[in-house]
Write a protein that binds this ligand. Structure first.
Ligand code: SF4
Length: 235
């Protein structure tokens, strides 16, 4: 597994961005997250060592833009070069998440056709209105590997209309002292939708405030993922 952040910075885009950990982390360091800048790692996928081998070894998943959004407007001038690198490294699998799926068709390269085999796109939705808006766009897009990410999930979401083309649904709560609570019933409800449609399901993290059987629990950040794993409900 490798991380690749060719640029940094992002703008809050919707309700799910309210307690964005990138903004919180930058604020602590006095960095303006709204300033979108290229990083020194821009060419990481094609960087080579002294022997002439790629530094990122073949066969790995590369998590792309996990501290920004690959489809953000300011990166339009840089993205074509990224696609070239993604093409060159067909031996790697690139995964990016976006809250800006409506920009997808204007961000793809000329030879995209029905999608690159080595790219997975995760469409992030946090509530029903954004699920209906973004997933109705996502559904028809030519992408070989599609995931839906409901994290942070801030209300009950019905995905039934949008499950036919996706490989994986990820669900998770919000992490923040002011986080909106995650109700375990919503998680189980999505799990049931996945079961009916035969789609993989992963409960990735609880929320800081987690409601189960009508009782609200407050969890530490470090136990959000382990508690989700303990639920043992992945499909
Ligand atoms: S799109 Fe992602 S990285 Fe950008 S502000 Fe929203 S949560 Fe943060």
């Amino acid at each position: 597994m490798a991380m690749w952040n060719p640029w940094r910075g992002c703008h809050r885009h919707s309700e799910g961005c309210k307690y964005c950990y990138i903004h919180k982390g930058d604020a602590r360091k006095g960095i303006d997250t709204n300033n979108i800048v290229k990083t020194d790692n821009f060419y990481a996928p094609i960087a080579k060592n002294k022997r002439g081998d790629y530094k990122i070894k073949s066969g790995q998943n590369v998590y792309l833009c996990f501290s920004t959004d690959f489809l953000i407007e300011e990166a339009d001038i840089w993205r074509d070069e990224c696609w070239e690198m993604i093409k060159e490294r067909s031996d790697l699998h690139f995964i990016f998440l976006t809250k800006r799926i409506e920009r997808f068709t204007e961000c793809i390269p000329d030879d995209w056709n029905d999608g690159y085999e080595n790219v997975t796109v995760g469409c992030t939705v946090e509530n029903q209105s954004n699920a209906d808006y973004r997933l109705s766009v996502f559904n028809g897009l030519p992408i070989k590997h599609k995931n839906i990410i409901c994290q942070p999930m801030i209300e009950k979401i019905n995905l039934e209309l949008y499950l036919s083309e996706v490989e994986l649904i990820v669900v998770g709560g919000e992490s923040d002292k002011n986080a909106r609570p995650l109700n375990y019933d919503w998680v189980l409800d999505i799990r049931e939708q996945c079961k009916v449609s035969n789609v993989r399901f992963e409960f990735r993290q609880c929320g800081t405030y987690f409601i189960k059987d009508g009782k609200e629990y407050t969890l530490n950040t470090r136990e959000l993922c382990s508690q989700a794993r303990k639920a043992n409900i992945n499909l």
